[in-house]
Write a protein that binds this ligand. Structure first.
Ligand code: GLV
Ligand code: MG
Length: 349
């Protein structure tokens, strides 16, 4: 059963703002997590705003149960104390079956809903979870005169959520996107890893034995998250919303973080979480297209002004499809260049 096309874009409460038909054009290479109950961390937010694309106040996992109220109040404080400009302000609220979610929404939206861009909702299992929050947000937007709809970003971190990922992506025009939650997802699926994202040394393929049956055989480590990221990217992109890689928990292994982020970027993701300051630069580097790639893509577009036909560039065949591939890269580079002067120079578009 689906809604009629006519009612899909109707506000869910009288007086709530009309749902957006297109997502705002917004660079979101990293969603930077802040624990808002810690005063020292709140004090750093003003300095973070110019460095990251999104500041997120985390109210869920990693916040101790007896600090949940302080985190919620701290988030309201940090939202009030700062001007975020074109940097996104998001909150990760507690999950729907927790004792905290209702207060998270009922306190944050009235207090700072006009500044809040996105609510990140954890442990989303199906479209019904989105429908509940969608309705509640519309009622609160109407009551509190909030003029810009607050968007919903789901974390994909349960086996049931992955099974229903396409329905979640299409559940509401309020859907902004989705992040992979590899830690909860591993637990929910019964995966045998204690890592937060990234590879596992035992997950791989052993090369066939050669003529010498006793010779050592090569072992190629594989990406544990490939299937889920691919499924999430298809669900999101076909629904016109944005896919993200989530957390990478080993702060000491910057190279592995970069490689995991890069796989996600190449597969279609637009950003990842930064849980530690060192991950901000990694995400910036990975989720901004490579200047050489941008230059080549610009060449393709120049050589095929109307996007049709076939040409050879540097020995490589180009046609209507590669023109579209090139446009994805050039369009992203333009958004990056508009925000980031370093990249503007390197792209020379
Ligand atoms: C993130 O929330 C995760 O569970 O990986
Ligand atoms: Mg989680």
């Amino acid at each position: 059963m689906t809604k009629s096309p006519r009612s899909f874009y109707q506000p869910l409460a009288i007086g709530a703002p009309a749902p957006l038909r297109e997502l705002p054009v917004q660079l979101e290479r990293m969603i930077h997590f802040v624990p808002p109950q810690i005063e020292k961390m709140r004090g750093k937010v003003a300095g973070l705003i110019g460095k990251v694309d999104v500041v997120l106040g985390n109210l869920e996992d990693a916040i101790p149960a007896d600090e949940k109220d302080a985190a919620r109040q701290g988030f309201i404080q940090m939202a009030r104390d700062n001007d975020f400009g074109d940097t996104g302000l998001w909150a990760r609220v507690n999950c729907l079956n927790s004792p905290w979610l209702l207060d998270d929404i009922l306190e944050i939206v009235p207090a700072v809903g006009h500044k809040l861009d996105v609510i990140m909702l954890p442990k989303v299992e199906g479209a019904w979870d989105i429908h509940y929050l969608d309705q509640l947000l519309a009622q609160l937007e109407a009551r509190h005169g909030i003029e810009k709809p607050i968007l919903i970003h789901a974390i994909l971190e349960t086996a049931e959520g992955v099974k229903n990922v396409a329905d979640i992506a299409l559940a509401s025009p309020r859907m902004h996107g989705m992040s992979l939650g590899p830690a909860d997802l591993a637990a929910s699926r019964g995966m045998k890893t204690t890592r937060v994202g990234g590879g596992h040394p035992d997950y791989g393929v052993l090369a066939d034995p050669g003529a010498d049956a006793h010779a050592a055989r090569a072992f190629y480590q594989q990406d544990l998250w490939h299937y889920t990221v691919a499924k999430m990217v298809d669900a999101c992109m076909s629904a016109g919303i944005k896919p993200f890689y989530g957390p990478f928990g080993d702060f000491s292994d910057l190279a592995a973080c970069e490689s995991q982020f890069r796989n996600a970027f190449l597969m279609g993701c637009v950003g990842a979480w930064s849980l530690h300051p060192t991950q901000i630069d990694i995400a910036k580097r990975v989720f901004s297209p490579d200047p050489d790639e941008v230059a080549f893509a610009a060449k393709i577009i120049k050589a095929m002004p109307d996007g049709t036909g076939a040409v050879m560039i540097d020995g490589k065949m180009q046609d209507d499809a590669t023109w579209k591939q090139a446009k994805v890269i050039v369009d992203l580079a333009k958004i990056v260049a508009a925000k980031d002067s370093d990249f503007a120079e390197r792209y020379a578009l």
